[in-house]
Write a protein that binds this ligand. Structure first.
Ligand code: NAD
Length: 422
């Protein structure tokens, strides 16, 4: 690497091609690397350039499709964008094993987002709280005037709530604007409302407003999914009890819960990304919700029904949209929605919750039975094969031999490839 400086004045004013040239010069990239980055695949450079700053290329991530999903009686193919092997296969397997029991049943608590306005500098916060609440109709008018398009689509202001918090330098009065953002994720929509309302809050109370931004703890936008896995379909009571024990572990131990929920998010984030939605927003909301009791816990719950079958449920904030951000500007994201046949943000969120539950089932079952590595390694072996330079049909041959030997390691892969090539 030959980076001489990270100062490249005016880089942002150049075209993606010119930027790439500049970065290549600075970093000492060769012609092959430049040609590689110049090929932006199915996201053209101009679109990419309109999405973020200082674009020099695009990064392709595999897009897979989860099969076997039945959500609220409807067959649905679910596109998933992920770099991690086993994630798509896990959803297909889990969904196949609950098809016989009717698949997934879902619901949504609503499409309400919360924007926060932080007020400081008042000595009588409880008094200020009531002053703000008294202006509910003014607040409604300001919010709805800010976004007439949202209003036209059936969304807009729904409620105002005011909390008094004890800050380090005195009390803080936090106004929550509760807004229905319909088919938009809604961050920009509610941020604009918070900015419009804030000066008036300062005026009504005599305090000073600082932060005006949404909360990603979208607990008025909970997606819920449930499913039953019959004993017959999962392989008996021992498997069920292993899954229950694994869940129990996650629910009492944050060290385990983090990995348990990471598995849930393997499925959730892959669909969020495939549809051009904001993975960080959903992840932040999920983890904050998992910790709402004061202890970080499982996003899913596993129980046994009266007939001894395994039942699973998930409930988590899922602020995703069909409008705004990359959901419309990224052509692949639009096609992902077409594959699912989804017309509303609510359906998308419910489907994602079902995928999260399926993913969790698959991980718990693997952990409780054969261990996670068996399934993982078969796919991981292919990555290792590519890593050591296998190409074409060498990839499968090397991977199969790695699995057969039970040693999915780079040094073993190198030796296998060498002997294959004679
Ligand atoms: P947006 O502002 O681009 O689009 C939403 C707007 O679309 C609405 O305000 C409305 O005017 C209009 N609209 C048209 N048809 C609609 C319909 N059927 N339903 C609802 N609205 C409709 O996007 P957004 O959803 O407000 O914001 C999402 C973006 O904000 C994402 O890209 C996200 O990454 C980004 N963001 C996130 C955060 C965060 O999560 N903390 C903060 C800032 C920005």
């Amino acid at each position: 690497m030959t980076t001489t400086t990270s100062r490249i004045p005016g880089l942002h004013k150049l075209s993606p091609r010119e930027r790439l040239q500049k970065v290549a010069e600075t970093a000492g990239l060769g012609d092959d690397a430049i040609a590689h980055l110049a090929d932006t695949g199915n996201l053209d450079a101009a679109t990419a350039d309109s999405m973020i700053e200082n674009v020099i290329g695009t990064l392709n991530i595999p897009l897979g499709v989860a099969t076997n999903m039945v959500v609220d009686g409807q067959e649905v193919l679910v596109p998933m964008a992920t770099e991690e092997s086993s994630v798509v296969a896990a959803v297909c397997n889990a969904a196949r094993q609950c098809r016989g029991s009717g698949g997934f049943t879902t619901a949504m608590s609503g499409s309400l987002m919360i924007a926060q306005v932080q007020l400081v500098g008042v000595t009588n916060p409880e008094f200020a709280r009531l002053q703000i609440l008294e202006h509910k109709s003014d607040i409604q008018a300001i919010c709805d005037d800010t976004d007439p398009v949202l209003l036209k689509h059936g969304g807009g202001f729904r409620d105002v709530e005011v909390r008094v918090l004890e800050g380090r330098d005195g009390p803080m009065v936090v106004t929550h604007l509760v807004v229905d953002t319909r088919d938009a994720m809604g961050a920009n929509a509610v941020n604009s409302m918070a900015e419009a309302v804030a000066p008036r809050v300062a005026e009504w109370t005599g305090g000073r407003t600082y932060l005006r931004i949404l909360s990603n703890l979208a607990d008025r936008r909970l997606a819920r999914a449930r499913a039953t896995w019959s004993l017959e379909d999962i392989g008996g009571a021992e498997v069920r009890d292993g899954i229950l024990a694994a869940y129990d572990f996650a629910d009492i131990d944050p060290y385990r819960a983090a990995t348990h929920n990471k598995g849930v998010m393997n499925g959730v984030s892959a669909v969020v990304l495939a549809t051009g939605n904001d993975t960080r927003a959903v992840e932040a909301g999920a983890h904050a919700y998992a910790a709402r009791s004061g202890q970080y816990r499982s996003l899913t719950r596993w129980e046994v029904d009266a007939d001894g079958n395994l039942t699973g449920t998930i409930e988590m904030p899922l602020a995703v949209g069909l409008i705004g951000g990359a959901t419309r500007s990224h052509p692949t994201a639009r096609i992902a929605l077409d594959i699912m046949g989804i017309q509303t943000a609510e359906r998308l969120a419910c489907t994602i919750a079902a995928v999260g539950l399926a993913q969790n089932f698959a991980a718990l079952k693997a952990l409780a039975t054969t261990g996670i590595q068996k399934g993982h390694m078969a796919l991981h072996a292919k990555n290792i094969a590519v890593m050591v330079g296998a190409t074409g049909d060498e990839v499968d041959k090397v991977a199969q031999e790695l699995v057969a030997q039970g040693k999915v390691r780079v040094n073993v892969a190198e030796a296998i490839l060498k002997s294959l090539r004679g």
